[in-house]
Ligand binder design. Structure first.
Ligand code: GLP
Length: 234
């Protein structure tokens, strides 16, 4: 089945938007319909879709512009659920994977366990107001958190479960942020074009002296920005 026309047009616009600075004005419905030979209704649906995703913003009487990233999140040891709620967004998730996998060398080093030992892999598509915001892949120690697979992580907050049901007390964490290009396999779920820019956040968090989670979160760069409080060195 071929994608509906407005989706194709939205894809084309996404690519243009990815190369345009914030605030760039974008063609009106009428102009877009004329330029691309589609109906005005198709042009409107494509623009609506991008407004809904937060890539474009409409200003009454002025037109449509490339938007600032919709979600701005501070760098601190909080959960996706808390971060989104604190900013007035409704968080939700789609479960992509929940089950044991053998630890590869990197995972084994992070958790100080044997290569090949089972670790829980939880992969989720995280959304804010129904718009995909991130794919998160969390590794957790199966031996430390037995029974994690009984939770419905499409509904549950991982941090709520760890804190309230497993007695975790987050005391420290380390977060590495790097720029990247979306994996082909993630592009569709994140609703970005192949080759789109992403931010990758890798978090290791610690409770009672042991590493609790190792999570890689992949955020579309167009929808997300991070902020940190900075203070002078004393
Ligand atoms: C953030 C962190 C992840 C953490 C997740 C838990 O996104 N970067 O490392 O696993 O929150 O989120 P929640 O408790 O909403 O499932």
């Amino acid at each position: 089945m071929t994608a509906p026309k407005y989706r194709e047009l939205a894809d084309m616009l996404r690519k243009r938007i990815a190369q345009s600075p914030i605030g760039t004005s974008t063609p009106s419905e009428r102009q877009l319909a004329e330029d691309t030979g589609v109906s005005r209704m198709t042009a409107r649906r494509a623009i609506d879709e991008l407004v809904k995703e937060g890539l474009l913003t409409r200003e009454v009487g002025r037109g449509t512009f490339v938007a600032r990233p919709t979600v701005s999140v501070p760098l601190q040891l909080t959960s996706f659920t808390e971060d989104m709620r604190a900013r007035g967004h409704v968080p939700s998730s789609r479960l992509l994977h929940l089950g044991d996998v053998p630890a590869n060398e990197q995972v084994a080093t992070v958790f100080s366990i044997e290569v090949g030992a089972p670790v829980m892999l939880l992969s989720r598509l995280r959304m804010a107001d129904g718009v995909p915001m991130a794919i998160e892949r969390s590794h957790l120690r199966t031996d430390v958190f037995p029974g994690l697979d009984r939770y419905d992580f499409a509904e549950e907050s991982l941090y709520r479960v760890l804190i309230e049901d497993y007695g975790v007390r987050f005391e420290a964490g380390e977060q590495v942020i790097r720029a990247g290009i979306v994996r082909d396999a993630d592009a569709e779920s994140l609703r970005v074009s192949k080759g789109a820019a992403v931010l990758e956040l890798v978090r290791v968090s610690v409770s009672r002296g042991s590493v609790v989670e190792w999570t890689t979160s992949t955020y579309p760069a167009s929808r997300f920005e991070l902020s940190a409080r900075i203070a002078p060195v004393t």
